[in-house]
Design a protein around this ligand. Structure first.
Ligand SMILES: [Zn+2]
Length: 78
């Protein structure tokens, strides 16, 4: 679920994770996306843009990041 309607994709900027979540497909089970925990920890940024194309072009320029295995499994690599 989006916390702000302008932002669909949330980055976990913790270097141990470096992953991106799709808040429109957030999974809230134990050990799944854990968005509230990421926000509480302060290790996050929002991606500008809300389309899949915005996500893909951002990922092309940031190969250290991959998709969350729960909400973006097609882009999960690590
Ligand atoms: Zn996720």
């Amino acid at each position: 679920m989006r916390r702000d309607p302008r932002y669909r994709f949330l980055l976990n900027t913790n270097p141990n994770h470096y992953e991106i979540h799709d808040l429109d497909n957030e999974k809230i089970g134990a050990n799944e996306c854990q968005i509230n925990e990421i926000i509480r920890g302060g290790n996050y940024k929002y991606l500008i843009g809300t389309t899949l194309n915005d996500l893909l072009s951002w990922l092309r320029n940031h190969p250290e990041y991959d998709g969350c295995e729960y909400c973006l499994p097609s882009y999960h690599r690590k």
